[in-house]
Design a protein around this ligand. Sequence first.
Ligand code: SF4
Length: 323
Amino acid sequence: MEKKTKAIGLFSGGLDSIVSARLVMEQGIDVELVHFTTVFFNGAVDSKGMPLTVIDLTGEFFDVLKSPVYGYGTAINPCIDCKIFMLRKAGEYMRKKKASFVFTGEVLGQRPFSQRREAMKIIERDSGLNGYLLRPLSAKLFPPTIAEEKGLIDRNKLMSMSGRSRKPQMALAKRFGVENYPASAGGCVLAEKEFEKRLGDLMKYKPGFDAGDIELLKHGRHFRMSPEVKLVVGRNNGENYKIVSLKKGTDLMLHAQEPLGPVSMLRGKADEAVFDEAVSIVARYALGKDGAGQARIKCFGGDVEKYVTAMPCKESLAISRRI
Ligand code: SF4
């Protein structure tokens, strides 16, 4: 029996990924999808029944994030370097699985930064996939890949989509009977402005950060109290629980009891002055913006368990410390 051609699809979970995989499968090719996650982009994805492998690359991705060769996008998103990295990993996976090529759901000109023709060429070259990277939705707008030249896949059945409109992809989804798909892939916090500030602060004051530090950036209000110390104050019950779950050994938790207020975390070794400021900020959020009086705060963590009372800080202090 003739051996089937095998291809690896870099899968984001969005509509483009789904229909590009279906286009390749339609030609009788054995498709395996691979979805790379990191702590920055890790939503669940639905491969619509197609074989999918999920691989977490958080640790290796930190190096890409810290010094991207091609810089950042509108926030702290190193999109070109990120795509090069993901494709390099997909290439390794392709070789491991003895597949013939890698494909993606990229569409020429769909994104201003990383899907310009020039950028897409650079991404292909630097990922080491020259000739082995197929973009089924825009294939006819690029030179033929090795798989097309060898006749492993029929170029005539591939697409020539470009630009931001998603209508052609939606028409393809209809043709394939694919329903209930996300319009685009799940969010990446690196493209968010608020996250950019928080991550910038972390990279400056704790360059050896870990995944737990990053996860914490997604929750609560953050305050830079000193170069070594930061305070995180929950904004709602969900965040309170999340902040508690991210506590590490030396973190001190500050929980306003009277009145009942947010759960907060003090990370880093705080001297008395920093501690006093921190509890005054916690009191400010327990009592409200114009609140008066004092808050009673439970402090616990490690071998510490004590109660303190604190007056709310001035609004200007909270603002000046806010990241
Ligand atoms: S938005 Fe995030 S996941 Fe997407 S390419 Fe850019 S850095 Fe990578």
